[in-house]
Design a binder for this molecule. Sequence first.
Ligand code: NAP
Length: 304
Amino acid sequence: MTFQRIAIIGLGLLGGSVGLAVREYLPDAVTTGYDANPATRSRASERGLVQTVCNTAAEAAQTADLVIFCVPVGAMGAAAAEIAGSVQPGAIISDVGSSKESVLKALADALPDNVIIPAHPVAGTENSGPDAGFASLFRNRWCIITPPEGTDPAQVEALSGFWQALGANVEVMTPSHHDLVLAVTSHLPHLIAYTIVGTASDLEDVTQSEVIKYSAGGFRDFTRIAASDPTMWRDVFLTNKDAVLEMLQRFTEDLTALQRAIRVGDGEQLFDHFTRTRAVRRSIIEQGQDDARPDFGRSDHTGS
Ligand code: NAP
């Protein structure tokens, strides 16, 4: 089973990248698209993000055999409701959202007659909007597919094949396990970056210009993450609340242990901890998930 007609709802970074990647790697597929923002629709037409940019989501989805929602996770339910009654019952409904349990529920509630197979390509940048997408975004990145229990394996296989054609490596897991894993690998790091950049900019005894001038000392890398889209990340924290709070609790305990090591002068504990974390970095580079260059491969792209 291969998809012939793909509808993309939401034509920002992710939707635009899916459209451009389909054009490049699945040139026989027909693409339609829709975005709630008229300026984004017109820019999407100019860039050719999909073959036909429609004026309604229903029009974009009506002939599709695969519909992919690429809107913020908090907007998934409303976006899906717009195609109810227009989409073919046999069409597979998927998405690219960064949290999965809440998205599965939102899509299933809005489209009870369709097969829903959520997915999350762990690939992105801190940029958003219709100019941000590029065809190679998913190459060599993981795409996690989270089918609800009882999904026909042939349909999961078809969606896996789609993402593999765009260059991704595919992993299948439950929505709740996805949410726990991503809480620690993506959501918590973003929360920490948002916190530390906010703390630095609120300091009274260190000036803003000093923070910017000496930012190379670690802070700069946090600012890249903390520049990520506010709408997207507000929605991620609101929809993956339980897993994020659980990981935050673990993080706080570990931070307290390091705080104590600093206070009591336990250099051995600090050294052992930093040695362990350095090995994690080495494994990430060895597995091709990041770049050892001093710019962290920033000219390329990162996962989110
Ligand atoms: P984006 O660049 O802001 O694009 C989202 C687009 O969806 C915007 O143009 C937005 O319009 C539009 N939209 C909002 N509500 C809509 C609706 N009801 N119907 C149709 N269009 C609607 O965001 P993105 O980075 O592509 O993120 C999209 C999804 O990908 C999110 O669920 C996010 O969690 C996931 N994701 C993001 C990354 C990343 O690094 N950015 C990585 C992996 C997955 P307005 O701007 O006018 O609201």
